[in-house]
Structures are given as structure tokens and as C-alpha cells.
Ligand binder design. Structure first.
Ligand SMILES: Nc1ncnc2c1ncn2[C@@H]1O[C@H](COP(=O)(O)OP(=O)(O)OP(=O)(O)O)[C@@H](O)[C@H]1O
Length: 342
């Protein structure tokens, strides 16, 4: 067994549409190569429409047309054997779903059927992968719910009878009851207030540690990454532009876009407004030549407009796709950014 539980190589996934005979292609995931190690939390950040959700849909084996994998692979090295989810058949995916690979989707209400009691949803999701039924199944679920600080009565409730935080804990329960090796979470706390958000995040972290699982989670909120992730990957316009250990990404970013994201975090004692990034994210149906960030980059030179920079090693365990990574200033500010400890 290697250290890497997931190896993504040259992954390209495009939305391919045909409107009245006119073909349109949105290159949402465009040549991503990365790995996720066993027992680590890997955070994915990037602004809206950068391709985060499309990327993790491929990782979660939840690819539906018009999204198609056009190149590359996403290979898991599960205990039950290797599987490339970019190419696997529905039957192969069903064999690993929930048991080895689970997915906490955006918005808890979308996974919880409003007209089904929670207990029934647990049976639908988990009875088969766990190979349990009747009292043994109920006992397992109740024990798992207790770990999530949810009372057994939750099983008899309908989703609308629970608070937002409880519903999100239920979805985490569904995603983890089979003790998967790999958990994918898309904006797991976006709709929650700050206190509940903190509770849910520490729950995901505790469960991950307990089970020794790997977690990939997406959020545009950099302060959540600061608290949760072992490593962070930054996606811009369908590409991974930088990745590295969380502390390094916050204190010595090597890509101007990461530096911008970190500098945008509110700082204690600083009441100044943070500068917004000028320009708009590129249209992924017609991305700019060269480095996709160049039209908005304060460091861009001629080469950046012509040639796409490769993702290269720029520090211990840190990689950046920028021709000018040596010129990216380390973070200086009036105080520690919210949630980031020096
Ligand atoms: N079903 C779809 N059909 C066509 N294009 C889509 C579809 N879903 C997403 N896209 C496009 O793919 C690109 C990437 O979208 P994606 O949802 O992956 O971004 P994101 O970074 O997750 O954004 P957000 O943070 O807003 O969820 C965008 O240009 C988006 O418009």
C-alpha cells in the first residue's frame, strides 16, 4: 500500500452541450494532477465557478451528463482494491459507494427525502453496505448517532422537524456510518450560523481522526481551511494553481491568487476594507491563453500571456503554477487573520 489513497492524473472533465445544433464546451476541470494521502484532510478553495464542485463530483463518482471525463484518471487505492472512478462502471461504483467512498453534498435538505423519516433514509443508504438488518442495524445506527450527539428519537423524525445543524449532523452520520476510507464534503457548513458551523466542522474532524479516514472538502471560506485542513489546494479557472501544507499556504503563498485569497481575510484590529480582486473570473468556455490568471494578476509579464505555467515544486511539499512565484510577497498584515494562528 502506498501513502496515497487517491491519485488524480491529468484529469479533464468538461460540460459538453449541444443547443439546437450548436456545440458548447465548458472546461470546468482542465488538467488537474494531485494526490490525497491516507488519513489527511485536504481542503479545496477557489472562487465561485472555478470548477471546485465539478472536480469533486468526479472524485465522488457522481458524474452526470452534460459533465464528462474527457481525459485522465482518479484512482483510489481502497482496501477492497484499486478503482479509477473516472472510468468505473455503475456496478463497480456501487460496490464502493458509502462503504469506501462517501459524499456529503451541498445543502442537507437535498439528500434527506422530506417525506421519509430519518430512520428509513439510514436503512436505504446503509443497510446493504453494512450487511445488517433489524435490531443489529438499529443498534449500529443509534450508536453512531450518539457519537454525533444526536438522540435515537431522530430516527423517527422527518427532516423538517430538525434544526439546520441537526440535519447537517444527520447527513454526516449517513456519510460516515459505514466507516468509509474516503469522505468528500462540498461546502458542508455554508448554510449554518457560525456557532453551529464550528460544531459541525469539529465533528467532521473528530470522526475523520477516529476512523483514520481521508477527507477532501470544498469551501471558498479560507478561515475554515485554516482550522480544518492539513493541506490546501487552490483551484482557479479549472486548474490547480497551488497546493501545500496549510500553514505555508497562509504565511508563504507562492501564487499571487493564493496571496490575494489570504490577504482578503479579515484581520484582528484592522478595520480597513480588504481590496477586491479586479476583473472577472474567465469564461471556461473560452479561457485566456497562457496563465489563466494573467488578466487579473498584478505580477503578469509577457510570458504569462503566452505560456501556461506548469505546477512545480516551490517549497517543502508546496507546488505552484506561476512563472513569477519567487516574487510573491509573504503575508504581512496588521495582525493574525481570523482563524489563522501564527
Ligand atoms: N450542469 C452544468 N451545465 C453546464 N455548465 C455547468 C454546469 N454546472 C456547472 N457548470 C459550469 O462549470 C463551471 C464550474 O462550475 P462549478 O460549479 O464546478 O464551480 P464551483 O467552483 O464549484 O462554483 P461554486 O462555488 O459557485 O459552487 C462554471 O463555469 C459553471 O457555469
Amino acid at each position: 500500500m502506498t501513502d496515497d489513497l487517491l491519485t488524480v492524473e491529468g484529469l479533464k472533465a468538461y460540460y459538453q452541450m449541444n443547443y439546437f445544433g450548436v456545440e458548447r464546451e465548458v472546461r470546468a476541470v482542465d488538467d488537474i494532477t494531485m494526490t490525497v494521502r491516507r488519513n489527511e484532510v485536504y481542503g479545496i478553495a477557489g472562487e465561485s465557478s472555478s470548477g471546485k464542485t465539478s472536480f469533486i463530483k468526479v472524485l465522488a463518482a457522481a458524474i452526470r451528463p452534460p459533465l464528462r471525463v474527457v481525459e485522465g484518471r482518479a484512482l483510489y487505492d481502497f482496501r477492497s482494491g484499486p478503482i479509477d472512478v473516472a472510468r468505473a462502471s455503475p456496478a463497480q461504483i456501487e460496490a464502493v459507494r458509502w462503504k469506501s467512498l462517501s459524499y456529503i453534498m451541498q445543502g442537507s435538505m437535498s439528500v434527506l427525502n422530506p417525506v421519509r423519516r430519518i430512520g428509513r433514509t439510514f436503512r436505504d443508504f446503509a443497510a446493504k453496505p453494512l450487511g445488517l438488518s433489524g435490531a443489529a442495524f438499529e443498534q449500529r445506527v443509534v450508536g453512531h448517532l450518539a457519537r454525533l450527539k444526536l438522540p435515537p428519537e431522530v430516527l423517527r423524525a422527518y427532516p423538517h422537524e430538525l434544526s439546520g445543524g441537526m440535519r447537517q449532523r444527520v447527513t454526516i452520520g449517513l456519510a460516515t456510518v459505514c466507516h468509509p476510507e474516503f469522505i468528500i464534503a462540498d461546502e458542508p457548513t455554508t448554510a449554518l450560523d457560525v456557532v453551529v458551523q464550528k460544531e459541525v466542522l469539529s465533528l467532521i474532524r473528530d470522526i475523520q481522526k477516529d476512523m483514520g479516514a481521508s477527507v477532501v472538502f470544498v469551501t471558498h471560506d479560507m478561515s475554515v481551511h485554516a482550522n480544518m485542513a492539513d493541506r490546501v489546494g487552490i483551484i482557479y479557472a479549472g486548474r490547480l494553481v497551488e497546493e501545500g501544507p496549510t500553514r505555508q499556504m497562509f504565511f508563504t503563498p507562492k501564487h499571487p491568487y493564493t496571496a490575494h485569497l489570504v490577504a482578503s481575510l479579515p484581520r484582528i484590529g484592522d478595520i480597513q476594507q480588504r481590496p477586491a480582486l479586479e476583473g472577472r473570473p474567465p469564461n471556461l468556455a473560452d479561457p485566456p491563453q497562457g496563465c489563466r490568471f494573467h488578466p487579473r494578476c498584478p505580477l503578469a509579464v509577457d510570458k504569462c500571456r503566452k505560456e501556461a505555467p506548469p505546477l512545480e515544486t516551490v517549497g517543502p511539499d508546496q507546488r505552484s503554477a506561476c512563472w513569477r512565484w519567487r516574487d510573491v510577497e509573504p503575508l504581512v498584515g496588521a495582525g493574525p487573520a481570523a482563524g489563522v494562528t501564527a
